[in-house]
Design a protein around this ligand. Structure first.
Ligand SMILES: *Cc1c(COP(=O)(O)O)cnc(C)c1O
Length: 406
């Protein structure tokens, strides 16, 4: 008998994933008006999109993308350092820097690529990274690629961070954190983190993927919310945000001190060795920045929906063991615990025409599988009421099932 090849293992490994309820499946979706999606052909009320302001289908953005495609074509043709840096991308960078009140911005084709690239450009072997335990995967991967020593501190535990900083003898220290945590919706204490960075000569990298567009005056993001804007900005903060969430399109940017951003332009491999984002996206994003700044009603409405969901669920979840996380943002995690229970809850909602994704490890820690409810300005109050009603019914069923098994 010939020895088996490791290539034969994949089907067996897939069975293991199935058994642990960790197999992931993609749904095929099409926009279906408002916050509705056609999911595998069926119209569903969706609470799964990071399009927090409902801008991804806005006519202004669509028109701008079309005009950009007319003017520039649909491809950029090369790396920004060769021939891909279009006039539209150049203009967008100035607009982004002004929008977040920082000296200079660098525009990337994706947020994941931005973080994976900028961390190794900032620190390397012999340096130290201090990383919140719940940071996004791309910050973690960027840290690993850098070969700097990684100190992981317990989520939001500033005293623990301070101890680690004090013990480190590295000359270059980088503290990195999500500004709004992607699976929990809670917010980092930016003023507290910055004070520690000042004291220990560290640089603070803030990933504001979920704050840009929704937090701060005119949606200018979590730094602006913390008052670190314009003349009050600190050169110790490197700000990163994605343009794929509230901004409704795709891409990302980093912004901060001019010398620092110039360094990133020189050294970030995911910037240098990747094709620039197509100019049509930059055109759409310029239109998006105008809508973000002007449409205060989108943030007001979203904020009202968050309050409505939280107060509406307060009574309905009692005794179920299900619990809403302590979030005031559009990300409202409903913690369930077991992977199979989270999947069952997702299926229960799906049967009622509602689409909320179950999030399981390794995206979240073991034993904290959850429904990640994402609200958007595209939702109506009636949409949120429908979700509250369905979740209350499912929570009741799970209480009844627990009682029957006891
Ligand atoms: C989505 C996300 C990213 C990645 O951004 P993309 O533009 O989707 O590649 C990075 N950081 C956080 C916190 C995110 O949620």
């Amino acid at each position: 008998m010939t020895p088996s090849s490791w290539l034969d293992d994949f089907p067996l490994r897939m069975v293991e994933l199935d058994r642990a309820h960790l197999r992931r499946r993609r749904a095929v979706v099409t926009p279906d008006g408002g916050a509705r999606l056609k999911v595998d052909g069926r119209s569903m009320l969706a609470f799964c999109s990071n399009d927090y302001l409902g801008l991804s289908t806005h006519p202004d953005l669509v028109r701008a993308a079309c005009a950009g495609a007319q003017a520039f074509g649909v491809g950029s043709g090369g790396s920004p350092l060769v021939s891909g840096h279009s006039a539209a991308n150049e203009a967008l960078e100035s607009e982004l820097a002004a929008f977040v009140g920082l000296p200079r911005a660098l525009y990337f084709y994706a947020g994941f690529a931005a973080n994976v690239g900028i961390v190794p450009a900032l620190v390397g072997a012999g340096d130290a990274i201090f990383s919140d335990a719940l940071n996004h995967a791309c910050l973690i991967d960027g840290a690993r690629l850098s070969r700097a020593r990684i100190h992981r501190f317990a989520h939001a535990d500033l005293p623990a961070l301070e101890r680690e900083l004090a013990h480190s003898s590295a000359r270059r220290k980088l503290v990195m954190t999500d500004a709004v945590f992607s699976m929990d919706g809670d917010c980092a204490d930016i003023a507290g983190l910055l004070a520690l960075c000042e004291r220990h000569d560290a640089l603070l990298l803030l990933d504001d993927a979920h704050g840009f567009g929704v937090r701060g005056p005119q949606g200018r993001g979590s730094l602006a919310e913390a008052g670190l804007f314009g003349a009050a900005a600190s050169r110790r903060v490197l700000y990163m945000a994605t343009l794929s969430k509230a901004a409704g399109a795709a891409g990302a940017f980093v912004a901060g001190d001019s010398a620092l951003v110039e360094w990133l332009l020189q050294k970030t491999r995911s910037y240098i060795f990747a094709t620039a984002a197509p100019a049509m996206l930059a055109s759409a994003l310029s239109a998006s920045l105008r809508r973000i700044a002007q449409d205060e009603w989108r943030r007001t409405h979203l904020c009202r929906l968050v309050g409505r969901l939280r107060s509406g669920l307060a009574a309905g979840l009692q005794g179920s063991g299900w619990q809403l996380g302590a979030s005031q943002t559009a990300i409202q995690p409903l913690l369930i615990g077991r992977n199979d229970a989270a999947l069952a809850a997702m299926a229960g909602l799906r049967a009622r025409g509602i689409w909320v994704p179950a999030i399981r490890p390794p995206t979240v820690p073991e034993g904290t599988a959850r429904l990640r409810i994402a609200l958007s300005a595209a939702h109506t109050e009636a949409d949120v009421d429908q979700l509250i009603e369905a979740l209350t019914a499912l929570a009741r069923e799970s209480v009844d099932a627990l009682a029957a098994n006891a």
